[in-house]
Design a protein around this ligand. Structure first.
Ligand code: NAP
Length: 264
């Protein structure tokens, strides 16, 4: 049960990239249950349609349009479509990401570039399009979903850690440049979140990683843990919070990221 009043985002519109699966879908669900109308974009139309069906059955107003966040023109089309349909765009959640856990020796230049392009360039494309189409004139809130690798090495995650470090830097710069427009920009860095594609792939690539204590609190993270932090950041309770990257990770689950990628 939510501790937030159900209409905390009433009348607002949120665009969530990668919102048809995993953590992104839970963000859509939580923002939608608290009054926001939801737009989702990602590449696979059938996955978008399935998520839309499910969320609409839960009473949430959902619009989906497929797009690759690396395609700046496509992103502009999606953002324009959201503003045309709902006549506003208050919240942008950059959640779309590429991920395939691998040691540096197992990543090709194209593989590394793909993750940087989806996570970092994609975040730039979506945020800039939203700024130009709506946020500059009306203000709003941007939340970038990142990862808790700031200031440390993370085995099997060199590409993701590099991309997310760029995202975190972009978060802080946007917050400084755009505060004057009433735009708040923050990041949320999830720890290991159970039941997600990211964790499934990690378990495949690093056998035994799942047996370990997930974090000092000993709690398995859920998508809703991330979604409620996003909800807080988008609410007026966070009116003075901007340029922050907040870890939601039970005090850190970094042990699995310190494994020797070549094995024991
Ligand atoms: P996920 O289910 O794989 O979600 C990624 C989403 O991004 C998918 O819906 C995917 O849809 C979309 N996407 C990928 N490439 C795209 C592109 N080029 N253009 C548009 N959409 C694209 O992953 P998740 O585990 O829930 O992760 C969600 C976020 O949390 C990510 O930013 C991830 O880095 C972060 N995170 C997750 C964990 C975790 O424990 N799971 C931990 C730390 C950080 P399509 O393939 O259909 O495009």
């Amino acid at each position: 049960m939510s501790v937030f009043v159900p209409d905390v985002l009433a009348g607002q519109v949120a665009l969530v990239t990668g919102g048809a699966t995993g953590i992104g879908k839970e963000i859509c669900r939580v923002l939608g249950r608290h009054g926001a109308r939801i737009a989702i974009t990602s590449r696979r139309q059938e996955v978008l349609d399935a998520a839309a069906l499910q969320l609409r059955e839960e009473g949430i107003d959902v619009h989906v349009e497929s797009c690759d966040v690396r395609d700046a023109v496509g992103v502009e089309r999606v953002v324009a479509g959201v503003v045309e349909r709902y006549e506003r765009l208050d919240i942008v959640v950059n959640n779309a990401a590429g991920n395939f856990p691998a040691p540096i020796s197992g990543i090709s230049p194209n593989g590394f570039k793909a993750v940087v392009d989806i996570d970092l360039l994609g975040t730039f494309n979506v945020t800039k399009a939203a700024f130009e189409k709506w946020l500059q004139q009306h203000g709003g809130s941007v939340v970038n979903i990142t990862a808790p690798f700031e200031g440390m090495g993370a085995a099997f995650q060199s590409h993701v850690a590099a991309a997310k470090a760029g995202v975190d830097s972009f978060t802080r710069t946007c917050a400084v440049e755009w505060g004057r427009y009433g735009i708040r920009v923050n990041g949320v860095a999830p720890g290991r979140i159970g039941g997600t594609e990211g964790v499934r792939r990690f378990a495949e690539a690093v056998p035994g990683s799942q047996g370990r204590r997930p974090n000092p609190l000993g709690l398995t993270g859920h998508g809703s843990d991330i979604a409620y932090m996003v909800l807080y950041l988008c609410s007026s309770a966070a009116r003075l919070v901007s340029g922050q990257v907040i870890c939601v990770d039970g005090a850190g689950g970094v042990d699995i990221l310190k494994l020797d990628p070549d094995g024991p």
